[in-house]
Design a binder for this molecule. Structure first.
Ligand code: SAH
Ligand code: SF4
Ligand code: F3S
Length: 484
């Protein structure tokens, strides 16, 4: 899944998924107790923090952006690479300083690291009072009351049904224009390197009615873009039979909804509501989805299609379920159905178990063939309990992993410069997200391919669509001026 990149220099940042930290904004509902929440990892975690804030608001908690005002500090954590977990441990150490000054402060660890380590976290990090996995957030009020009574509290039960469909998220750190909608949870793929199936449990899809309602509500509040989130959106599947608890309303809905169907339903909410989605899996993305994208102008023309490795041999070891040839054929279909301007972005892992120089060169060469607009690039980090940790030795030296990663980053920079360059001297429809971070006199938004566009402010403001003639580009940003 793509992460939250808001700034301009996307490339070269190899640990974006773990380094990006978001904290809560203030919400003042006159409640007495204050929740401070920090989120790490992928968009799914950021989206979950909004559910947590909503559940706790019902229990008398307002959110605060000031940790010194907090009665409750939550870290919503990520386990995807070792470094992600180290960051959290470091942060807990820091929070210890606040707890010393305010012993009644409750410290909770939520999310993937909570799920992976369970009670071990309580043993290893003495400061932690509460551990809650991704499917146990409805239990938070009860867990907090246990801590209030002086006990430590843990719930890492993984559910086969929980989708939090009925909970209306409190939008944290919102620009008021773009929002995430979680459409499914968990993952049933078993990519050999990946910890997500263990931390997030079985895949389950959310009732489409609740998704449409959330999109409609967001539009009514002035939002103009939604991103549908799932670890593998192409396997979204909802049926009355599979989810007999969900009551169908009067609206016409076929009994089975697949991802293409859902995408179309969300696109029809309003032509001015842009729709994005992440992540697509190369083995599952269908032409039906591509044709649905082509039919609706408001479905953004950008596909995050992580390749991971360009070598079919390594892909097989990774258990990704596709080969280099299959992947290139999917890209051919994307280009045929959606054209050359459709953004294609990726994730790559350098130095997976047994990767040879030849395998590595195949990753570099597939990057040249596909010409990704941008990528998130990592070196392999072995995760306990995964297929790879059990079956293959982590046999590539750190030095080689880092060198290969550097080569991948350098290659991506060249390609991004080329791809962003291709956007110059063309007019782009841009949804304004706010003022540019670098200057109050400029606005910032994105084009359909998810590229950041900066242009002089004039009399426009966020949430509006404008046409921008792009005059200049870098490897991560387009610059231009508004035209009619
Ligand atoms: N569901 C998404 C991936 C979510 S994790 C998908 O299938 O694309 C985001 C990215 O982190 C992955 O695409 C992968 O590139 C990277 N990643 C996952 N596990 C990793 C590991 N053990 N070491 C290094 N990178 C990893
Ligand atoms: Fe991990 Fe693979 Fe699932 Fe993505 S599809 S979350 S990489 S197991
Ligand atoms: Fe996301 Fe990290 Fe969990 S990438 S699903 S928060 S392990």
């Amino acid at each position: 899944m793509q992460n939250l990149i808001e700034d301009l220099d996307i490339l070269g940042s190899t640990v974006e998924h773990t380094e990006e930290v978001k904290t809560t904004q203030d919400s003042h509902k006159g409640n007495k107790r204050k929740l401070y929440i920090e989120s790490y990892g992928c968009q799914m975690n950021f989206s979950d923090s909004e559910i947590v804030a909503s559940i706790l608001q019902g229990e008398g908690y307002d959110t605060t952006a000031d940790i010194t005002q907090a009665d409750l500090v939550f870290l919503n954590t990520c386990s995807i690479r070792e470094k992600a977990e180290q960051t959290v441990r470091f942060r807990l150490n820091h929070i210890n300083g606040f707890k010393k000054k305010k012993p009644e402060l409750i410290v909770g660890v939520l999310g993937c690291m909570a799920e992976r380590l369970k009670t071990k976290l309580l043993e290893e990090e003495k400061i932690v009072d509460l551990v809650a996995g991704p499917d146990s957030y409805r239990d938070l009020p009860h867990l907090i009351s246990k801590v209030d009574e002086g006990a430590k509290a843990v719930n890492t039960f993984l559910s086969k049904e929980e989708t939090y469909a009925d909970i209306s998220p409190i939008r944290l750190n919102s620009n008021g224009v773009t929002a995430f909608i979680s459409i499914m949870r968990g993952c049933d793929n078993m990519c050999a390197f990946c910890v997500v199936p263990f931390t997030r449990g079985r895949e389950r899809s959310r009732n489409p009615h609740s998704i449409i309602k959330e999109a409609e509500d967001l539009f009514a509040k002035g939002y103009r873009e939604v991103t549908l989130l799932g670890q593998n959106v192409d396997s979204y599947k909802w049926s009355q039979e599979e989810n007999n608890k969900a009551r169908l309303e009067k609206k016409e809905i076929s009994s089975v909804v697949n991802f293409a169907g859902l995408l179309e339903m969300v696109a029809l909410v309003h032509p001015d509501l842009r729709v994005r989605f992440s992540t697509s899996h190369p083995k599952d993305i269908t032409n039906e989805v591509l044709h649905t994208m082509a039919r609706h102008e408001n479905i953004c023309k950008n596909i995050h299609l992580p390749i991971q490795s360009g070598s079919s041999r390594v892909l097989e070891l990774m258990n990704r379920g596709y080969s280099r040839e299959w992947y290139l054929d999917r890209v051919k279909n994307i280009r045929q159905i959606l054209g050359e301007d459709c953004g294609i972005t990726s994730d790559m892992i350098a130095g997976f178990c047994t990767e040879t120089e030849e395998d590595h060169r195949e990753t570099l060469s597939i990057m040249d063939e596909v010409k990704y607009d941008y990528s998130f690039m990592f070196y392999y980090s072995e995760r306990p309990g995964t297929l790879a940790a059990k079956k293959y030795p982590d046999d590539i030296s750190l030095e080689t992993k880092k060198r290969r990663l550097d080569e991948i980053i350098k290659k991506q920079s060249e390609i991004s410069r080329f791809r962003y360059g291709q956007d110059t001297n063309k007019i782009h429809k841009v949804l304004i997200e706010g003022t540019s971070k670098r200057s109050e006199d400029f606005l910032q938004g994105r084009n359909t391919a998810n590229k950041v566009v900066i242009f002089p402010k004039e009399n426009k403001s966020k949430g509006e669509y404008v046409n921008v003639l792009v005059e200049r580009s870098t490897q991560g940003t387009l610059f231009g001026k508004m035209v009619n």
